[in-house]
Design a protein around this ligand. Structure first.
Ligand code: GLC
Length: 390
């Protein structure tokens, strides 16, 4: 186990090593992920704030929102070099990602004034999602798994099985080339608007529990920042829809609602399903979901949190989004636990997170049982471990 001072020194080194002074943001990892990502940069801004670099924090957050379109859309990636891998545009992705920027802005405001116009940009982005991406039931819908941030979660397996012509999704084994081909197929199937932004899809649409919870949380954070009641109302309205439409009493989690395609895999117990606790008004539901963060049959593990419940057949402790642990998920789970004053849950996540960075060397994701690192090592948002310090 590393002590707090050593963790802080190493986290700071990870942040510094991935900062691009010219572009004013960090890369998730300089060679594996050489662009700016929306939710990564929002988390990096929080990291800079916590290591006492408010200027960098503000530049990072302002930079990611600088890619905003005139109608409010914010792309999931701002490219450092032109490509067409994520839709018809060559300077940025045509998709979006979880709106962590509102929470990041609320944290950054603790250290001084935000850059001019930042809250207006955040409002315009949330408004774009509200106008353009709501289902008739009032939930936010996504048109590609990338938009959830949880790219290869087992909750998408019914869509993958349909694409592969496989009868039984539970028999699928994750292979990067297969999942990458599926991703490209979804890009090709997306219908884009005149500006080249993803609008809808005839094969994949889903209202994920986590994205909806993060949106409702973002709206509440924006209301706290600006005092604008509209965002308080929208947050409450969406939280109510999440509780009415997504709560699954059997797993005691919030599950996803497939809109186009999909099937029962949307109810596989993943950590995403806990994030409804960020916004629900129901203490009993929040309590039952958060209890699972301490339960070793569910998400608790020596180097947790496991992304998929450990007792579920889909749990794969070494594979990307199939059971490995992620620091940004630990951060969000702890945020939900703090809302309900679950100090013992926060303390457990703190211990798991500190043990994990030491073993995995600040890896992108890691085996929750052994701490062995996977993916890009180090990855910038693993520096969020500093938020678990006293
Ligand atoms: C992977 C993750 C995604 C993240 C990106 C950059 O694609 O699934 O959530 O934003 O890497 O770190």
């Amino acid at each position: 186990m590393l002590d707090d001072a050593e963790i802080r020194t190493r986290a700071r080194a990870v942040l510094d090593a991935h900062w691009d002074e010219g572009r004013g943001h960090t890369y998730p990892h300089k060679s594996t992920y050489p662009h700016q990502w929306l939710w990564d940069s929002s988390f990096s801004a929080i990291c800079w704030h916590h290591v006492g670099e408010p200027q960098r924090a503000r530049r990072e957050l302002a930079g990611v929102l600088s890619a905003q379109f005139g109608d409010g859309f914010v792309p999931h990636m701002r490219y450092a070099s032109a490509n067409h891998a994520r839709g018809p545009l060559d300077h940025c992705s045509s998709y979006t990602q979880p709106p962590i920027y509102a929470h990041a802005a609320r944290i950054l405001a603790e250290a001084g004034p935000l850059p001019a116009g930042l809250t207006d940009r955040i409002a315009a982005s949330l408004d774009w999602l509200w106008r353009r991406r709501r289902t008739p039931e009032g939930l936010i819908r996504l048109v590609h798994p990338w938009e959830s941030g949880a790219d290869d979660s087992p909750r998408w397996d019914d869509w993958v099985a349909a694409y592969l012509g496989a009868a039984d999704p539970s028999r699928l084994r994750w292979k990067r080339p297969t999942w990458s081909a599926f991703d490209r197929y979804l890009v090709d199937s997306t219908v884009y608007d005149d500006a080249g932004v993803a609008d809808h899809s005839a094969v994949f649409e889903c209202a994920p529990a986590a994205y909806n919870a993060l949106y409702a949380h973002a709206a509440a954070e924006l209301a706290a920042l600006t005092g604008d009641r509209l965002w308080k109302q929208r947050s409450a309205e969406l939280a109510d829809r999440i509780d009415t439409l997504l709560w699954d009493d059997q797993t005691a989690l919030w599950s996803d609602l497939p809109i186009v395609g999909g099937g029962p895999c949307a109810r596989i117990p993943t950590l995403d399903g806990v994030l409804g606790a960020l916004v629900t008004q129901d203490p009993a539901r929040a309590g039952r979901a958060l209890d699972q963060l301490l339960d070793e049959r569910r998400f608790a593990a020596p180097y947790g949190l496991a992304y998929v419940a450990r007792e579920h057949p889909a749990y794969d402790r070494d594979t990307y989004w199939r059971g490995t642990a992620w620091m940004q998920m630990n951060y969000l789970a702890a945020l939900a636990a703090r809302r309900w004053d679950r100090a013992e849950v926060v303390s457990a996540i703190t211990s798991m997170s500190k043990a994990a960075v030491a073993h995995s060397r600040f890896a992108e994701h890691w085996n929750p049982e052994t701490g062995e690192g996977h993916g890009a090592i180090p990855l910038t948002w693993s520096a969020l471990v500093v938020t678990f310090q006293a």
